[in-house]
Design a protein around this ligand. Structure first.
Ligand code: HEM
Length: 234
């Protein structure tokens, strides 16, 4: 199993497999969030289900582990690429047109995404699952957990503020660029790299990334509109 850490292809496989698992999480999380547009009660039921229950906590820990591995390997791969280019990098003067902007900036895009993720976890997870966990452990009084599964309340409060709407849309823009290249690169590394599959892989990664981002963005825009509507109705 040492090839997974010691060889360049092994590291790419780890990057691709953890990335694919994270995309599955995003598809699940995005679908769950679209429910917020369809039914407020339905959304809060899902939040209740995904609160501080043992299975949800195990899933959260699994997700955290996936992210840590994905990020650590990102640094290792970037360092390896940087070293491999050696002195050559100084010989390249102009821009390489065949290398897309996002492919050269995956690490930077990833870091931007993590930064916004920190803000996002503070906006939701810290006020929900984290609070419920502390209530369950007796570290906080029962009343403190009254809104711990009220996801819709936090969505309405947050996306009524234009600054958060803008921040979340910038975040989703960065995620789109990261995903289009990430999905393409993962499928490529996992073997779909012949002439027939290359254009298809490009198409699949664009459709998947756009779908994920649109699911999240629709909630942001819908609840911003909802807040505007509520303001004008007054
Ligand atoms: C409109 C956009 C989004 C909304 C409304 C939203 C909503 C939420 C809510 C309500 C929770 C807390 C669930 C709980 O603790 O019970 C949560 C957790 C989380 N969100 Fe989001 N989310 C959005 C976008 C995203 C995006 C784009 C990502 C990743 C790039 C993301 C990653 C996470 C993660 C990692 C957690 C913690 C999951 C866990 O506890 O297992 N979210 N989100």
């Amino acid at each position: 199993m040492t090839w997974l850490t010691n060889s360049s292809i092994g590291r790419k496989v780890v990057m691709s497999v953890t990335g694919a698992a994270l995309v599955l999480f995003l598809l699940f999380h995005g679908t769950m969030n679209v429910v917020a547009i369809i039914s407020e009660e339905g959304y809060n039921m899902i939040c209740e289900f995904l609160g501080a229950n043992w299975y949800a906590i195990i899933a959260t820990m699994g997700l955290a582990l996936l992210m840590v591995i994905h990020i650590l390997y990102a640094f290792v791969l970037s360092l390896q690429n940087y070293r491999a280019r050696g002195r050559e990098r100084y010989a390249v003067s102009g821009r390489q047109s065949d290398v897309e902007w996002s492919s050269k900036n995956m690490l930077v895009l990833g870091l931007i995404i993590i930064g916004f993720l920190g803000l996002h976890l503070y906006n939701f997870w810290y006020k929900m699952q984290w609070v419920e966990l502390q209530v369950n452990l007796g570290l906080l009084p029962h009343e403190a957990g009254i809104d711990a599964a009220n996801g819709i309340k936090y969505i309405k409060d947050l996306f009524a503020q234009p600054v958060y709407v803008a921040l979340y849309l910038v975040w989703l823009g960065a995620l789109w660029f990261h995903l289009t290249h990430g999905v393409w690169s993962a499928l490529h590394s996992l073997g779909l790299n012949n002439n027939t599959w290359m254009p298809r892989v490009k198409m699949i990664s664009n459709i998947l990334s756009t779908l994920v981002v649109l699911m999240f963005a629709s909630v942001v825009v819908y609840y911003f509109g909802y807040a505007l509507g509520a303001t004008y109705a007054l």
